[in-house]
Design a protein around this ligand. Structure first.
Ligand code: PMP
Length: 418
């Protein structure tokens, strides 16, 4: 540890970040690998928490960005029409929306997932004239006050310093395994005239709860929730900030569930390159914001539009990438099954390239990840107790590198458990 020793030890109390758990200074990254200033290379199973689904420094995105900059292309366009925004929208419509039968409008928001969630909740409230939003236990939607109100995690909510209102959190799918059906429970609460739940503006959910520990809702449950939203006059908002952009094996996480959300939130990997960009997909009839009702200085990141267009065209213009994802998802499933078999009571969670293992304790999960880090693998935990070892490798990770990453992970588990 060179720079790390000299800078981060000194600044540990100031620079609060992953560097506490991963004490290196990273200097470059390519594809699914990242290198520190001592020349040590790590396999990246974190991928910017699903912001780097197409890997680090994809050469085609990089070339397009360099060309754009060297031609003095616009860097900041806010709401102006720009050629790069138009090109992205055209590609997104042609390759993503149209093939999926979606007539949703694209609305750019401030560049974070939280800002997209805020906008979605505001639209639902304006459309319905209601305040209450139903969200779920273990959901994570961001740390601005509205999104945080919807976040079902006491650890995150603890820092709010204020009461977080306007949201009712209900139990997610399979919250009481083998017992209460939570969709039925929600239906009963919504229909209860004695004072169940206030009529909701929206039901907001992740189909796989990324921060909440990779709880994957079943398609049947999501379909029933979608029907409940419709029956009760609420909008269905699917937060695809983490689970979208191919993470679950299809571009949208809900694609194979036979549901069509009224609003979809997108951020993280939508720019393709790790650049800040977020947006909503909104059914046309709900595109009702007047001027300045949800503005933001950085909602026109033109560099992000450049790389986002390349991502759409390079990875989603045909089916081949998606086919590869299904093979890699199986590999992740098989390797994690081996890990789960090593820990009594451990079990697999998630789907696609968003899977992990609940090892039952945050200390154990953390120790395994820390040992993996020493041996050249960057991997994190999630869940309310940080008890889930979570694999979020770039979707583009070559199969050999995936295998190597899992060898490191399994060896780390063997070390820690022995
Ligand atoms: N929604 C989901 C599902 C997320 O996983 C996250 C970030 N982890 C957010 C919203 C918030 O995104 P951001 O950190 O960009 O505000």
């Amino acid at each position: 540890m060179n720079t790390t020793d000299s800078i981060y030890e000194r600044r540990e109390s100031q620079a609060r970040s992953y560097c506490r758990g991963m004490p290196a200074t990273f200097t470059m990254a390519r594809g699914s690998e990242i290198t520190d200033d001592t020349g040590k290379t790590y396999i990246d199973f974190l991928a910017g928490c699903s912001s780097l689904n197409y890997g680090h420094n994809d050469p085609d995105m990089k070339a397009a960005l360099i060309e754009h900059i060297s031609n003095d292309g616009i860097a900041h366009g806010l709401d102006l029409h720009t050629n790069t925004k138009a090109a992205f929208l055209e590609s997104f419509e042609q390759h993503i929306l149209e093939p999926r039968g979606m007539d949703h409008r694209v609305m750019f928001t401030g560049p974070t997932g939280a800002n997209a969630v805020e906008a979605a909740m505001k639209i639902a409230r304006k459309v319905t004239g209601r305040t209450n939003v139903i969200a779920f236990t273990n959901g994570f939607h961001g740390v601005t006050s509205g999104a945080l109100a919807a976040t079902g995690n006491g650890y995150h909510r603890g820092g709010a310093g204020m009461s977080l209102n306007g949201v009712t959190r209900m139990p997610f799918d399979n919250y009481f395994p083998g017992q209460t059906d939570t969709a039925e429970f929600l239906d009963a609460m919504l229909s209860d005239k004695s004072g169940g739940i206030d009529a909701p503006a929206a039901i907001l959910l992740e189909t796989v709860q990324g921060e909440g520990g990779l709880n994957a809702a079943s398609p049947e449950w999501v379909k029933r929730i979608a029907k409940l939203a419709k029956d009760h006059g609420a909008l269905l908002i699917v937060d695809d900030v983490q689970a979208g952009c191919g993470r679950c094996g299809t571009f949208f996480s809900f694609e194979e569930m036979d549901v069509m959300p009224d609003i979809v939130t997108m951020a993280k990997s939508i720019s393709g390159f790790g650049l800040p960009m977020a947006m909503l997909l909104v059914r046309p009839e709900y595109d009702i914001f007047g001027p300045a009702e949800h503005n933001g200085t950085f909602r026109g990141n033109t560099h992000a539009f450049v790389t986002a267009r390349v991502a759409v065209e390079k990875f989603w213009a045909d089916d081949s990438f998606q086919k590869e994802l299904s093979e890699k998802s199986q590999m992740v499933h098989d390797a994690l099954s081996d890990l789960a078999a090593m820990v009594p009571g451990a079990f697999l969670k998630g789907r696609g390239l968003m899977q992990g293992v609940d090892v039952g304790s945050g200390d154990l999960a953390g120790a395994i990840c820390a040992r993996a880090y020493e041996n050249g693998l960057i991997i994190e935990t999630s869940g309310s107790e940080d008890q889930v070892i979570k694999v979020l490798a770039p979707l583009t990770t070559p199969k050999d590198t995936l295998r190597k990453g899992f060898e490191i992970l399994l060896a780390a588990a063997t070390d820690i458990l022995s």
